[in-house]
Design a binder for this molecule. Structure first.
Ligand code: CUA
Length: 316
């Protein structure tokens, strides 16, 4: 997923497209606060400029005015802004309440963050790298991290929430139009943070049901085929299979070949080395690469590790 450049239509000067039920209300609060800020900027700076010119000191005989205060004016400029700020608060608080509590019966998708990719697990056990959601149905994401702080941000849905190790956070939205958008990580999480992106696809409800069934029936396959899916899901953010160097070394042609470790030790990359490097990668670091990989101990079970090794051995 990460190798493909996700086309992000977010580089506009204006706000991104509104593609969820929450977007209009959030944009209203944002626009309100912005307009208040512009108006008061003009009032304050405008008055300042006028006063600087009008009341500038004209001669040595100028004296400061004896006026000390104007009660009506002072109450006015205190109470007026208070009312405006309370209105902004109400709009913001209503939006916050609406976005923090998912409606009962929302469709739940589990989100797992791990340096540096996203996994989405659907109720029927399908796991993907891209977030696929039905249109016009509330979707609740139940999210956790396997390593460090990450943060889910889907700009066109106007939702953002930290993803934390050892506990769950949630967010919800109803996608309002079919199409594609992007989910990004907005918590600095290390080397590949800026590439921790996922595609988000919104499908009409019928299409979503079909997609989910197809994904479930495609879950089988030979060990190498299963391994390729696992590789795409877990490893491809940092490793390629076409010889290109990323955070980690390219893995094509590795199985059975000699490899040099930090410290100069040379070994043959056999099954035991591959297994160890998946489960506890810090044990043996390849020369010229950082110790950056999260351990997969407890993430992949034995048969999944077997499948990934079968896939690596199938590569030229
Ligand atoms: Cu994950 Cu930044």
């Amino acid at each position: 997923m990460n190798q493909e450049k996700l086309s992000i239509a977010l580089d506009s000067f204006w706000l991104p497209r509104q593609a969820s039920n929450l977007a209009p209300e959030i944009d209203f609060g944002w626009t309100l606060a912005k307009i208040v800020a512009y108006v008061f900027f003009a009032l304050v700076v405008g008055a300042m400029i006028v006063f600087v010119v009008k009341f500038r000191r004209r001669s040595d005989r100028d004296r400061t005015s004896a006026l000390q205060h104007n009660t009506a004016l002072e109450i006015g400029w205190s109470v007026g802004p208070l009312i405006i700020l309370m209105a902004c608060f109400l709009v913001g608080f209503q939006g916050y309440l609406a976005s923090s509590v998912a409606p009962a019966g929302a469709y739940e998708i589990a989100v797992t963050a791990q340096k540096w990719n996203w996994q989405f697990t659907y109720p029927n056990g399908v796991v993907t790298n891209e977030l696929v959601v039905p249109e016009d149905r509330p979707v609740k994401l139940v999210m956790s991290s396997r390593d460090v702080l990450h943060s889910v941000f889907i700009p066109e849905f106007r939702v953002k929430q930290d993803v934390i190790p050892r506990q769950y956070t949630t967010l919800w939205f109803t996608a309002t139009e079919p199409g594609e958008t992007v989910l990004l990580c907005t918590e600095y999480c290390g080397l590949q943070h800026s590439e921790m992106l996922s595609r988000v696809r919104v499908l009409a409800q019928d299409d979503f049901g079909r997609w989910l069934d197809d994904a479930a029936s495609a879950a089988g396959g030979s060990p190498a085929q299963q391994g390729e899916k696992l590789f795409t899901m877990y490893c491809s953010a940092c490793h390629t299979v076409d010889g290109t160097r990323r955070v980690g070394p390219a893995l094509n042609g590795l199985a059975g070949r000699q490899t040099t470790l930090v410290g100069g030790q040379v070994l043959v990359a056999d099954e035991n080395y591959l297994r160890e490097s998946i489960l506890t990668p810090a044990t043996k670091i390849v020369e010229g690469y950082p110790n950056a990989m999260s351990p997969f101990q407890g993430v992949l079970n034995d048969s999944q590790v077997d499948a990934v090794i079968a896939y690596l051995k199938s590569l030229e």
